[in-house]
Design a protein around this ligand. Structure first.
Ligand code: 3EB
Length: 355
C-alpha cells in the first residue's frame, strides 16, 4: 500500500457528531486506522516505530510501566478533512480550524554562539518556528504543547537544563510578542535519550485558560526556580458549537510554588490528584455541559522511579477507576524533588441548542 493512500478520502466516513478533537489509543499490533481526519500520533515506548509519511509523529523513547506492550500509540483525530505540511522542520496536519505539529531538534547541530546553552538556543529556535508556522497557517492560538528534553537535570552554562529550556521558551514568547499570560497548557519531561521533541496543537478557537487556586501560576514562579518562569497554563478548554475539549497540563505535587512531600510517592500522588481535582472543578464551573468526573478523562502518568508504578496504579485505580485510559511511563519530572506528574484530556458534548 502506498503511504499516501492511507489518507485517501475514500476511507473517510465523517460523522458530524464526532468531536473536533479526540484521541484514540491504538494497540501496538493493530493497524493504525488512518484517514483524512487523522491529525498526528504520539508513540511512547522502547520499541522503535517506523515513520509514516504525512503523519506527524512524536516518538518518545521511554519505558512503559503499565503494559506488556512495547509501544503505546495515541492518535489524534478531528471530524473534517486534514492535509499534511512541512515547514522549517515542523511536520504538521491541519484542518480549517486546528493544527497538530511535531518538531524534533538535535541541539548539537545548531550554530550556537559561544557560552550559550545548546538547549536554550534550540528551544528558542523551536518556539520561534512554531509561532512563525502558526502565523503562516493563520492560527492564532497555541492550545497545548508536549515538551520532551534529554538530560533535563544536567547543567549547561551553570544552569540546569530545564531552566535553560525555560529561558529559551520564554525568550521566544517575548520575541514573538506572545503574552506570557496566554501560555498554552503543557507538559515538560526529561527523557533518557533522544532529541528535543515538541508536539503541539493550535487552532483558531480562543482557548479558555484555567489556573489552579491551590498553586501559583507557573508564569509567576519566583526566581528561585530559574531566571525565566515556565510559560504554561494549568489547563485550557476549547469549545466549538457542539463539543468542549479539556487539556489538563502536567500536574505535580506543588502547592503555592513549593514542591511538597519529598521522597513520598503516595503523598505526592494524593497532592497531584488534589490539584487536578481543583482544575476539574473549575472546568466544570465554567461549562454548560454536565460535569466531568475523573473516570471520564484519559491520562498520561509520568513516574520518575519505575518501582513506584505499581503503588501509584493502585492509588489511581481507586480514584479514576481501573477502566480509565491511562498510559504509565518512566520520565524525569522537571524538579528533582518531584516523583510524579500527571496530564489529562477529555472531550464532552455540549447541550444541543434548540432553534
Ligand atoms: C509544575 O507544575 C511542574 O515547563 O511546561 C508541569 C507542566 C511542569 C508543564 C512546563 C512544567 C511544565 O511546575 C512541572
Amino acid at each position: 500500500m502506498l503511504p499516501q493512500a492511507i489518507f485517501d478520502s475514500d476511507r473517510m466516513n465523517s460523522s458530524i457528531s464526532d468531536p473536533f478533537i479526540h484521541p484514540a489509543l491504538i494497540p501496538a499490533r493493530a493497524t493504525l486506522p488512518l484517514d483524512q481526519r487523522s491529525l498526528g500520533l504520539h508513540t511512547l515506548g522502547t520499541q522503535a516505530s517506523a515513520a509514516i509519511e504525512h503523519l506527524p509523529t512524536q516518538s518518545i523513547t521511554a519505558k512503559l510501566l503499565n503494559s506488556t506492550e512495547a509501544l503505546s500509540r495515541e492518535l489524534w483525530l478531528t471530524n473534517t478533512a486534514t492535509r499534511a505540511g512541512k515547514c522549517n522542520g515542523i511536520h504538521f496536519r491541519r484542518s480549517d480550524i486546528l493544527l497538530f505539529g511535531v518538531l524534533n531538534l538535535d541541539e548539537h547541530t545548531l550554530d550556537i554562539a559561544a557560552n550559550t546553552s545548546s538547549l536554550r538556543a534550540a528551544t528558542e529556535h523551536a518556539y520561534r518556528e512554531i509561532f512563525a508556522l502558526l502565523a503562516a497557517e493563520g492560527f492564532r492560538y497555541l492550545w497545548r504543547t508536549w515538551n520532551y528534553l534529554p538530560n533535563i537535570h544536567g547543567e549547561e552554562c551553570a544552569l540546569e537544563r530545564y531552566r535553560q529550556f525555560n529561558v529559551g521558551r520564554h525568550d521566544a514568547f517575548t520575541h514573538c510578542a506572545r503574552a506570557i499570560e496566554e501560555s498554552p497548557a503543557a507538559s515538560a519531561l526529561g527523557t533518557a535519550q533522544g532529541n528535543l521533541s515538541i508536539a503541539f496543537i493550535a487552532g483558531n478557537i480562543k482557548p479558555t485558560r484555567i489556573e489552579n487556586p491551590r498553586q501559583l501560576s507557573a508564569f509567576t514562579y519566583p526566581a528561585q526556580y530559574g531566571p525565566r518562569s515556565p510559560t504554561f497554563t494549568r489547563a485550557v478548554t476549547v469549545a466549538d458549537a457542539t463539543h468542549e475539549a479539556l487539556f489538563i497540563s502536567g500536574t505535580a505535587s506543588i502547592v503555592g510554588h513549593e514542591s511538597k512531600h519529598p521522597g513520598d510517592i503516595a503523598a505526592q500522588t494524593r497532592e497531584t490528584l488534589a490539584n487536578m481535582s481543583a482544575l476539574l472543578e473549575q472546568a466544570n464551573a465554567n461549562s454548560s455541559a454536565p460535569p466531568l468526573t475523573f473516570a471520564e478523562l484519559s491520562y498520561r502518568i509520568y513516574i520518575r522511579h519505575a518501582e513506584d508504578a505499581a503503588r501509584v496504579r493502585t492509588q489511581l485505580d481507586a480514584v479514576i477507576g481501573a477502566a480509565a485510559h491511562a498510559t504509565y511511563v518512566q520520565a524525569d519530572i522537571c524538579r528533582e524533588d518531584l516523583l510524579i506528574e500527571i496530564e489529562a484530556f477529555a472531550v464532552r458534548a455540549l447541550a444541543k441548542v434548540t432553534t
